[in-house]
Design a protein around this ligand. Structure first.
Ligand SMILES: [Fe+2]
Ligand SMILES: [Fe+2]
Length: 184
């Protein structure tokens, strides 16, 4: 189960493009967890262990930054936009934020049981079932969550936020990751 994170097609000067690239990584790492969940009642192979480690690290360290990009940088500016064009997207944003909270609890469970599987200990049958259930629920949620963001929210932001606002969002996203900002 080789894991290749891959380069981003968009940089921080295109915030919604960059966020969509992050979605591809979320999908890839959810795919890793779904594949592992099938055989989680057996000892992991060294290759599966590396894949699980990478997936758990992604959801522990990088995914929270993605949520913060949306909740602290993108969504507040959309809420400030005003005008009827934003209304359908605003209705969606509230639900998206709730899903972020809901997913956090399931990710904690996946992390806890995933770490057991990476250790010398074996998960109990109850933990095996819990891991499978949490991964299945997260995968289903992300499919719809990402669809709503990419089809109904990001296009409105890309079309109606000014270049200045998009640059500010890009700067905040950069600061979260402490890397140099590349602007055209
Ligand atoms: Fe989101
Ligand atoms: Fe997202």
């Amino acid at each position: 189960m080789p894991v290749q994170i891959g380069a981003s097609a968009h940089d921080f000067s295109d915030p919604t493009g960059f966020l969509s690239d992050c979605h591809r990584r979320i999908e890839m790492f959810m795919g890793v967890l779904e594949a592992v969940a099938k055989d989680i009642d057996r000892p992991l192979t060294p290759e599966s262990k590396r894949a699980v480690e990478a997936a758990l690290r992604y959801f522990r360290e990088s995914a929270p930054k993605h949520n913060a990009d949306e909740e602290e940088s993108l969504f507040p500016r959309m809420r400030n936009m005003g005008g009827t064009v934003i209304h359908p997207a605003l209705a969606r944003i509230e639900e998206l934020e709730k899903q972020h909270r809901w997913a956090a609890t399931l990710h904690e469970e996946v992390e806890r049981i995933g770490q057991i599987c990476l250790s010398v200990t074996r998960p109990s049958q109850k933990e095996v079932e819990s891991f499978r259930g949490a991964v299945a629920e997260l995968a289903a949620m992300y499919r719809e969550h990402i669809r709503v963001e990419e089809d109904e929210v990001f296009p409105v932001a890309a079309r109606h936020l000014s270049r200045g606002e998009q640059a500010e969002i890009g700067k905040e996203m950069t600061a979260r990751r402490s890397v140099a900002l590349k602007l055209p």
